[in-house]
Each structure stands twice: as C-alpha cells, then as structure tokens.
Design a binder for this molecule. Structure first.
Ligand SMILES: Cc1cc2nc3c(=O)[nH]c(=O)nc-3n(C[C@H](O)[C@H](O)[C@H](O)COP(=O)(O)OP(=O)(O)OC[C@H]3O[C@@H](n4cnc5c(N)ncnc54)[C@H](O)[C@@H]3O)c2cc1C
Length: 809
C-alpha cells in the first residue's frame, strides 16, 4: 500500500468511487481509496439501482441530471458496463393536491431544461400498462429515468479512476485519523499508516464512525428499506413483446411505492410509514454483505394499496425480498463539503440516492477540493447546513419523519412536527398563548403568524392562499399603519474584535466599513465573485464590530471566516447564537414606543436611520439598530435572553395605546417584498454575482481590495448576464412560492426566487432572475403558478414608499 497520498478517500461504495474518479478527472492523481472490504460492500451492493433527475431542490436536481448523463462517458472510459436501462418514469397523482404538486414540479423543471410533462392516466398506461385508471387523476412523465447495475456502475467509476492514475486498496480498514501540527493527516489502517494532505469521508453506513475518528457526530442515520422482486409476470412479457419496450418506472404516492421491470418480472419498493432505523447508535464493523430480515407486515398496508392500484401484479409470486440499510441526513439530501472546524477533512456522506446523486456529489466535491469552490450552488447538500443542534436524537426523529414522508407532499405552508420544539426563546410560551403558529427555522422555533382569539392557531396546508392569509394581512397593516413587534432571534449574530478587525472586514466584505455608531449593509463574495453572504454590520467601538446575517448560514459562514481569518490572532470572530436575541418594533409609531422605554434622545435627529447605539431600554442594556427589514421606521433591539421577556412586556405596555400588535415571520417576508428587499438563500446565493443581484450600491470597487473584487469588476465590465427583477403578478388564489418559471413570448427565460402577496399595496409580488437583455420597462411576462401561466409586469420601483422616506422619518 502507498504510504503517502495527496488524498485518501475512505470507502469504496458508489460515492467513494465517484469522488475518486472525479478527483483524477480534475488532475489530482495521487489519490488513494481505502476500502474495508470489497467495493460496494456497504449499502451499494443491494441497491435497486433506480435513477431519476427530479428533486425538490432545483440545484440538487441539476446535479442529478449531471449524474444520469455521466454513465455513458463512464462506460466509454472504463470499458465496464453500468448495465444501463433507460426507461421513462411516471409519477401518478391520486388526489387533486398531488396533481397540483406534479404540475408545480413540471413547471419548476422547465428552466433547468428538464423534459418532464403532464400526461393523462390513459397515456401513462402506454409506459406502465397495469394502472387501474379509476384511482388516478393524471401523471407526470420524465423521459430520463431508468435503472442500472449498482455493482457494475461502482466498478466503472473505480476502473476509470484507476486508468487516470488512482490507487485502490481493498480489505483495509481505516481505524483512526490523526492530524499533525503541520496539517498532514495520518490515516491509520490495519495494514499500516498513510500520510495524506486531505481525507474524504465516504464511509456510507459507517460515516458516523469515520466522523467520530475526528471528533464529530455527523447527522446521519441508516434506515431499513425493503423491495420485492417478483417471479416472471406474463403481462410484463406480453407488454415487452407487444411494444418492444420495457415497462417504465413508476411512483405511486398513495401506495408509497416505486415499481419497475426487473428481468421478466417487477421490482416493488416501499417507503413505509412504520419505518425502522438500523443501528441507530453505531454500525458494527463486522457488518458485511448481509441483508436484514424482511418484515412484510410492515409494508403490507402499502402493498395492499399498490395491488389495488395495479391488480395485474397482485398474484405475482415473490422471488426475493431485499431488506437493506442505507443512510439519510435529516432532510434526505447529502452532506457534502469541507467539515466545519476541521482542516482538509471532507464529507461525502448521507447520499440516499447514490445512483442519482453520486456523480454530482463527486463532481462538486472534487471541484471544491481542487478549485476551492464546488462550482455549483450546493447549499441544499452542504454539510455546513447543520449545526451542533442536529444531535443523534434530532437526526433519528427527522430521518424517520423524512423516510416516512418520502412520497408525501410537503405543502409550502406545512411545518413538520418531528424533533420540535428544539430551540426556543423565553417568549415561546407567551407567543403560543397569544395564538402564535410556530415554524421551525433550522432547529429554532419562530412565530409565523398569530391567530386572533377564536381562530385555530394552525395552518390548513395548501398550495394556495390559506387560512393565515387575512391574519397575515392584518399584521402587515398594523405595521404600516401603527406599530408591530416581532421576534428576530433567528438571525445569526457575530461579534468581531481585535486590532485587525476593521481591515479584515473591509477585506472580506464588498462595502466600506461604517464609522462608529453607524451601520452598513454588505454582501460577501467568494474568490469567484459570487454572493456567499449578506450582512448588516455596526461599528460598536474602536476594534469592535457587531454583525447580523442569516441564521441558517451561520455554520457555513463561520467555516468561510475560519479560512480567511488572519493567523496572527489580530481578529477574533464569535458567533453569539442564542446568547443575544432580539425583538424588532416597526411602523410609523415605533419611535413613540421606544421613547417611553428610554431616557436617551431617540429623535430622528439624534438617532438617525442606519445608526447603532448601545443604550438602556426598559432598564436593560441593549444594542439597537435603527433599521427594519419591513422597510418602515423601525428598530432592532438586541438583548441577552434572560431579559427578553421583560423587554417584550415593556414594549407591549408602552405600545398599547399606539395600537401595537404582534407580527410574525410571514408578515415580515410580505412587507420586505413591498420594498424589493432580497433575502439570503432565495435572491442571494452563490450562483449570482452582486451586479446580477442588483447590489451595486453595496459593492465598493473603489476601495483598495476585497475578496472577489476582480471577478466583480469583470462582471461589471462585461455586464451582468442576468438581472434580479421585481414583478407584480395577476395571481388569483395562489401566489408564487419560488422556483416558478418566467415566460416571455412563449419561452421560459428565467425563474422566480420568492414572492407572495403585498397586503399593503394590494398586489401579488415576485422576485426572480431573467436575462439582462430582456429587462426593459413594460416587458410583458408570464409566471407559471401551479401549471397556469399568469400575466406579470416588471416593476421599476418598490410599490411601497419608493423614495424610502418611511425608514428615514
Ligand atoms: C434496499 C435498498 C435499495 C436502494 N435502492 C436505490 C436505488 O434504487 N437508487 C439509488 O440511487 N439508491 C438506492 N439505494 C441507496 C444506495 O444504496 C446508496 O445511496 C448508496 O449505496 C450510498 O453509497 P455510499 O458509497 O455513500 O455508501 P456505502 O455503499 O455504504 O459505502 C461505504 C463504503 O465505505 C467503506 N468503509 C466505511 N468505513 C470504512 C473504513 N473505516 N475503512 C475503510 N472502508 C470503510 C464500507 O465498507 C463501504 O464499502 C438503495 C439502498 C438500499 C438499502
């Protein structure tokens, strides 16, 4: 075995072999894969081998599309067959809601170039003849699905990697990982040590164990999964002979099942509600190429429905039942990228659909390792989307929920209950008593809206406007007409200190840093000039700054800051998490409320828009920003959690005669739409440049240097290829949600990033991106909402307070 390598990849499943292949393709050939047993010995060998391109996250769907397109190349390079069977895939809708879901899925696929379409049940039978039509309303057709040979495919990756110079060591177990002070990894194995610059965890079923070797607990859990292989079915043979085609792939949401042809019979797999985790604490090293005991009773309820839906299959004999484990992250997407807090330790774990996603994971990870950037927007798969709060029991609850809901619709206003409440603020019970409907924001409970007395504090799930609509509207109007209070604990907050703090922030952010007592808004770019963050920064004192960003991205951002912090200790950055939480008051009467809570002068002259102050509010030491995401006069008040209840009580008392009321996250998001404000993850993501995103005001190309400056200057010089645009939409009873296609002259030209109803301007609103050359006043657009195109018009100014006078009043 080699004793040194640039990269050691741990694990020879489909994912490890794909990572190995992609690293060699990028030119890194001093790479060694170490496999405990034989290639495929984890979950890979017993997979059903199905692949498809659809995914709820369009960016993950793109990587799935790449994977599916890769197999031909792999066969050519390796000379090894992947056993490809390309056959169309059908998803059947048995309820109106599922039909809407399919229409939305087709629409979302349009700007990705996906060829999916809606077809009738009768048409679906041309691909899958066994459907009992009366149970279904329609179907989605995806021509780019199929299945393959899991072992052949894994070996094809491995052979192609070897041809490119990679080494593979079988029957060798990595037993420990140690990092020397110079950063070199010592990879201890039962056959000796290997020194490596980088280590990649592709441990699949043992991903947790490999993670524990470096002191981390990855949020991954294996679930048992069963599929049946039937004996030959005469109707299958007859279909093959009559049409010259294989029976297509099929997903039946109602039966929680997937089906496809295998030989002259069928494969039927089930994601059952009564699902069972496997080895929840640790995976035994002795587990080899074994199967688990089948438990037909567990999947019987689903099979019963499936047999009703496809009666020709009911009497087929069962040749084999496969029950095998494979891993999931809490949201079902992989955990990819550099592991926060570790140097040159990479993750490619939790890949639950190795044959749809393995290629994309390998590509993104190898780009990241070689170029320093994944090359795509892989936020949905980034290992940094989870923090310490994603413990083993959280993961267990969420993975079971996700598995059981694999074929269930997630409505846009649907909050899932597992592992909740997890993180709460001191106001949680108070808000609940006041009718708050709570939402889960990456482990944190946040009020979404408040049900008035006599209303059920519960969402009726729907793709359309629902029961919250009038109440969110009333909350928005309360802010615009008087004053509202909302909790803003779910921001990330940072304190940056040290003699090098200002220079460092100026180097990392695109904007210039504020004077003491002032705030700035600033994007943050990567070296490629793409947006990786969007922050508010206050200069609190000499060598001390406060900063606010997206809470979902806190781990992601801290990982980035770690890589760009000076090593001489001149700058310290601390994520404050729940040690600082806040309330925001907003609306024209918010100053009147604040005045009653402090003896400081908070007049417009003394405490101006974009000012920052540390002051006493209701007797509590607070940090106050004169800024509001509502786009109105407003203040963000930040305190230690032990004071939050006192602060809230004081605000409510001071605002009583001003008409103060609670407003939730949904109202806040509607209000910001009326002001054309963007938001991290929707409008601002690593696929966009700052000029595309319309953030030019915050990008100071005239300052000496900052990360991404050259790329940003190039973007400006060449002209942004697309632009963030603002639209009013002739919506009826459903507003845009995000990811809908934008049509111009009968062609899809762009996509929606977010939207909703602007209650105070009486318009349905959307933001999105379209090619720059199309942007002109009066451009007629259409946006496809739930399968129907609605006229839309570009807005060149925010519909609420276009001059921004309210924020400055
Ligand atoms: C019943 C069933 C049906 C499935 N059907 C499909 C399907 O139709 N389509 C699809 O896309 N996916 C399917 N899957 C999922 C698919 O199997 C997984 O997505 C895929 O196998 C994940 O591959 P991996 O490389 O991440 O993990 P694994 O296959 O588990 O590979 C990890 C490898 O790492 C090795 N390893 C771990 N620790 C060490 C160590 N310390 N030292 C050395 N080596 C180590 C292991 O021996 C193992 O070979 C199915 C899974 C099951 C169980």
């Amino acid at each position: 075995m080699k004793t040194t390598a640039q990269v050691v990849v741990i694990g020879g499943g489909v994912v490890g072999c794909s990572v190995l292949y992609h690293l060699t393709k990028k030119g890194w050939t001093d790479v060694l894969l170490i496999e405990r047993d034989q290639l495929t010995s984890g979950s890979t060998w017993h997979a059903a081998g199905g692949f498809h391109t659809l995914n709820g996250d369009p960016n993950v769907a793109m990587l799935q599309s790449y994977t599916v397109g890769l197999y031909k190349e792999l066969e050519e390079i390796s000379g090894q067959s992947c056993g490809l069977h390309k056959s169309p895939g059908i998803m059947l809708a048995d309820t109106p809601e599922r039909m809407e879901f399919l229409k939305m899925t087709v629409a979302r696929g349009r700007y990705l170039g996906m060829e999916t379409s809606i077809i009738s049940v009768a048409e679906a039978k041309e691909y899958f003849p066994f459907i009992e039509e009366k149970y279904f309303l329609g179907a989605l057709l995806d021509p780019n699905e199929g299945h393959l040979d899991p072992s052949g495919t894994t070996h094809a990756y491995a052979k192609a990697a070897r041809i490119n110079g990679a080494s593979i060591e079988l029957s060798t177990r990595v037993t420990a990982l140690e990092q020397t002070p110079d950063g070199t990894w010592i990879v201890r194995t039962d056959k000796g040590d290997v020194r490596a610059e980088h280590v990649v965890n592709c441990g699949g079923l043992w991903a947790r164990e490999v993670g524990r070797m470096v002191g981390i607990e990855l949020p991954v859990l294996a679930m048992e999964h069963m599929y049946l292989v039937t004996d030959d079915i005469p109707a299958v043979v007859e279909f093959n002979q009559r049409t010259g085609k294989e029976v297509g792939h099929l997903i039946d949401f109602g039966a929680e099942s997937y089906l496809r042809q295998e030989g002259r019979g069928m494969v039927m797999g089930v994601y059952e509600k009564a699902c069972v985790p496997w080895s929840p604490r640790e995976t035994p090293w002795t587990f080899g190429q074994e199967l688990l005991a089948p438990d037909l009773d567990r999947i019987a309820p689903s099979l019963e429905i499936a047999f009703r839906h496809f009666p020709a299959l009911e009497n087929a004999g069962i040749k084999r039942i496969i029950n095998g484990p494979f891993t999931f992250a809490p949201d079902g997407n992989p955990l990819v990228g550099p592991v926060p807090g570790r140097t040159n330790f990479w993750s490619a774990c939790g890949v639950m659909a190795g044959f749809s996603q393995g290629g994309g994971v390998g590509l993104a990870l190898s780009n990241w390792m070689v170029d320093g950037d994944p090359g795509f927007d892989i936020w949905g798969m980034d290992v940094a989307r989870y923090g310490d709060w994603a413990t083993r029991s959280y993961t267990n609850a969420k993975v079971r929920e996700n598995y059981a809901r694999r074929f269930s619709i997630r409505f846009p206003n649907e909050e899932l209950p597992a592992a909740r409440p997890l993180q709460t603020t001191p106001l949680y019970d108070t808000f609940r008593e006041q009718g708050a409907v709570m939402g889960d924001s990456w482990g944190m409970e946040t009020p979404l809206w408040f049900a008035p007395q006599g209303e059920r504090a519960e969402d009726i799930v729907s793709f359309r406007r629902s029961n919250d609509f009038p109440h969110v509207g009333a909350e928005c109007r309360a802010v615009r007409d008087a004053v509202g209070v909302t909790e803003i604990a779910n921001f990330a907050k940072y304190e940056i200190t040290g003699p090098g703090a200002e220079a460092w922030l100026a180097q990392v952010m695109t904007n210039t840093m504020p004077r003491t007592g002032r705030l700035v808004l600033t994007p943050m770019l990567n070296h490629q000039g793409r947006i990786i963050g969007d922050f508010t920064i206050a200069k609190a004192a000499e060598n001390r700054f406060m900063m606010w960003g997206s809470s979902q991205a806190q781990v992601y951002h801290m990982r980035w800051f770690d890589t760009v912090l000076p090593r001489d200790g001149s700058v310290r950055i601390e994520a404050l998490g729940m040690r600082m939480i806040g309330l925001s008051i907003a609306g024209p009467r918010s100053r009147a409320v604040l005045e009653r809570l402090t003896d400081d002068d908070v007049s417009n002259a003394a405490f101006r828009f974009m000012d920052y102050r540390e002051m006493d509010i209701a007797g509590i030491r607070a940090k106050v920003n004169r800024i509001s995401y509502t786009g109105d006069l407003g203040y963000e008040i930040w305190v230690a959690p032990e004071y939050q209840l006192r602060l809230y009580t004081a605000i409510m008392a001071a605002g009583e005669d001003q008409g103060i009321r609670n407003f939730g996250m949904r109202a806040l998001l509607c209000l910001r739409l009326e002001k054309h404000f963007g938001t991290w993850y929707r409008e601002f993501r690593p696929i966009y440049g700052p000029f595309e995103a319309g953030l030019e005001r915050f990008v100071r190309l005239d300052k000496p240097d900052f990360i991404g400056r050259d790329a940003a200057a190039r973007e400006l010089a060449e002209g942004p290829k697309r632009r963030r645009v603002f639209m009013e939409v002739d919506a009826t009873d459903a507003d845009v949600l995000g990811d809908e296609p934008i049509w111009v002259d009968g062609k899809v030209v762009g996509w929606v990033t977010s939207g909703g109803f602007g209650h105070c301007v009486g318009q349905s609103l959307a933001q999105g991106y379209i090619p720059s050359e199309l942007v002109r006043p009066g451009l007629a657009l259409e946006i496809e909402i739930l399968g129907e195109r609605h006229a839309a018009r570009l807005q060149d100014a925010p519909p609420f307070d276009p001059e921004g006078l309210r924020m400055r009043m």
